[in-house]
Design a protein around this ligand. Structure first.
Ligand code: MG
Length: 255
């Protein structure tokens, strides 16, 4: 028998036998009934916190936040349901620590923003802030404001440009919806699994399960250093443009 014909016959026969033994015979054979997913009551709109979310900012106070690097309350201002960056007070971060999560965040570049490039409404969402650095999803005025593409809004800073630019104009509220998978480390401190992020800006996919190369660095290459559950941080960037605002921040833990 020619070798090719023999292989065709042999390979063609084995799956037929296997499928005869294992192929489900009726619809019920492939139905799964338990355990049932937990019931979560969604908000009125997709921006409202679902019933199992932790409200990190509900417009009233900064009780969930603390000044980064200080044992002081977060020094940003709150009025009319909105928190505004206080650049002199510096970054703020959550008191709680998180591993994997789904986050919703709303932010606004002020109308009449000034500056250009990275010095125009710069802030940032650090999806995990660690002693060795953080992982920044950039916030910037990227509406008709040119800069390096791996530093515009929706970028994982200096690692991954956004898939598209979905920026609204200054003065309009913007949304971020982020699914963060924290990195894991072995007991000797070496990387086990890298961090991953999926991000939507104004409902538009800008990061699709991007695998991070390490913490985001302004100078130099990304690197990993072992850490555990970490705070979420909002950046008070030192650029001289008017401060940006945040509202309606909630998180669902996925651990
Ligand atoms: Mg930034």
């Amino acid at each position: 028998m020619p070798k090719k014909l023999f292989l065709t016959l042999a390979l063609g026969t084995i799956p037929m036998i296997a499928s005869a033994q294992q192929q489900p015979a009726k619809p019920e054979d492939t139905e799964v009934w338990a355990p049932e997913p937990k019931i979560v009551t969604p908000g009125t709109t997709n921006s409202d916190a679902p019933s199992d979310a932790i409200r990190l900012f509900d417009g009233r106070n900064l009780d969930e936040w603390v000044g980064t690097g200080k044992n002081e309350p977060a020094g940003w201002t709150v009025s009319d349901g909105v928190m505004q960056v206080n650049k002199k007070a510096g970054d703020i971060q959550t008191k709680r620590k998180f591993n994997n999560y789904q986050l919703h965040l709303e932010w606004r570049i002020p109308a009449g923003i000034t500056g250009s490039g990275q010095a125009r409404g710069n802030s940032g969402l650090y999806m995990a802030a660690t002693d060795a650095g953080g992982y920044e999803l950039q916030i910037l005025d990227s509406y008709e404001n040119k800069t390096y593409v791996n530093g515009q809004t929706g970028s994982v800073y200096k690692q991954s440009p956004p898939l598209v630019n979905a920026m609204r104009k200054p003065g309009d509220w913007q949304t971020y919806d982020v699914i963060w998978t924290a990195p894991t480390f072995d007991s000797d401190g070496s990387l086990n699994t890298p961090a991953r992020v999926t991000g939507l800006h104004n409902g538009v996919l800008v990061q699709n399960n991007f695998v991070l190369k390490g913490t985001t660095q302004n100078i130099g290459v990304p690197r990993y250093k072992a850490h555990g559950a970490s705070p979420i941080l909002l950046q008070a960037h030192g650029d001289p443009s008017p401060p940006i605002s945040f509202r309606n921040i909630w998180v669902r833990e996925l651990n």
